[in-house]
Design a protein around this ligand. Structure first.
Ligand code: FE2
Ligand code: FE2
Length: 305
């Protein structure tokens, strides 16, 4: 039985080219992520043409790729993104008869280089605060690191969170360019601001080394009650790191940027009050409770940057 899983994050705007590196396989090379069951059937072709015993099984909680009876779980509902890379590596290594570890090493090197390059680009694009020499994404990464330490996350997870935080607004690069070269740039600014989550996630989906960042890039402006953008995800449908970085991101914007939304720049105390008020509406109730504990503790010991 094929049932399409509820993968809300991508809806129908992103293609994941799961099989693009695997040779001699004639199943369709992309999944069009959609909530529409009929589209899913089209993709699967009911019983996809099977060559080299490759087929895909989709059920309520997971998506698996079978290559010669080896099951490779590509997504599962709890941890869907972490497995994409691994699945791809396993798929490639089986089809090319290569050691998965060699491929994994190569991939990590690529990932590191590409990620660092893009992080540099983000910093170049953002306006730096002259007092702290930090830009928005650098500050978000800084506070995310401190918050993650406060929550006793592992050092590996902390590194991961910092990297995601540095990349979360990557979609703004395209938006800034649009603003520069379009005559109606000022009027369109508010609309384009909303687009950066989509632009960024589409951009990153073309770099499989950085797929891990797509959920955060796309989901960091979603709200707990479903009133956010771009997909109107609710509660735990919003990926965990998107909720985590979303709170820190909101705090940084509110305390450093005057936007029409918040009528000027808020003091950290005002921002704290707002988060308290909007916990369970905009912000994840559990995570925001922890964030408030963390930020109050941080501010009692450190100078606010
Ligand atoms: Fe953003
Ligand atoms: Fe941001």
């Amino acid at each position: 039985m094929y049932n399409f899983p509820k993968i809300f994050i991508f809806k129908d705007t992103i293609q994941i080219n799961l099989l693009k590196h695997i040779e001699n396989i004639s199943v369709k090379t992309a999944i069009n992520i959609t909530e529409n069951k009929e589209d899913a059937d089209v993709f699967l072709g009911k019983k996809p043409e099977i060559k080299n015993s490759v087929y895909m099984l989709i059920n309520d909680n997971s998506v698996s790729l079978f290559i010669e009876d080896n099951e490779i779980q590509i997504f599962n509902s709890k941890n869907m993104y972490e497995n994409i890379d691994l699945a791809l590596i396993k798929g490639i290594s089986i089809s090319k008869n290569k050691n998965p570890l060699d491929l994994f090493d190569l991939k990590l090197k690529h990932k590191y280089k590409i990620s660092k390059f893009l992080q540099g680009l983000v910093v170049t694009m953002e306006v730096e605060d002259t007092k702290t020499n930090m830009s928005h994404s650098q500050r978000v990464a800084y506070y995310c690191e401190k918050f993650a330490q406060f929550l006793n996350k592992t050092s590996e997870e902390i590194e991961n969170i910092k990297e995601l935080a540095m990349l979360h607004d990557i979609g703004r690069i395209g938006i800034e360019q649009l603003m520069l070269f379009t005559p109606t740039r000022i009027n369109q600014f508010e609309t384009w601001e909303l687009e950066h989550t989509i632009t960024g996630s589409i951009f990153l989906s073309s770099l499989d080394e950085l797929w891990f960042a797509v959920p955060v890039v796309r989901g960091h402006h979603e709200n707990w009650d479903g009133s956010g953008y771009p997909d109107g995800l609710k509660g735990e449908e919003i990926p965990y790191y998107a909720r985590f970085i979303g709170i820190v991101d909101w705090f940084d914007i509110a305390t450093h940027t005057a936007t029409s939304e918040y009528e000027g720049i808020l003091t950290p105390e005002e921002a704290i009050e707002y988060i308290e008020e909007k916990s369970g509406e905009i912000f994840d109730p559990e995570l925001s409770k922890s964030f408030l504990k963390f930020i109050k503790d941080y501010l009692s010991k450190n100078v606010f940057i």
